[in-house]
Design a protein around this ligand. Sequence first.
Ligand SMILES: [Zn+2]
Length: 55
Amino acid sequence: MYVVCEQHLERAIDEFVEVYDSPPDLYLLDKVSFTDWTAPSTCDFCTVPPKYLVV
Ligand SMILES: [Zn+2]
């Protein structure tokens, strides 16, 4: 699972496909909420607030 900003979305998708050998589902972070999970405050690849969830 990746939590990424707009700039790193493509990189997250590439890595996901490489690891799991199938395309990920994309979600806009502000459109999803999980009861027992809080989105990290920074992108997995840089320090800006993330925008997408790649799972
Ligand atoms: Zn980023």
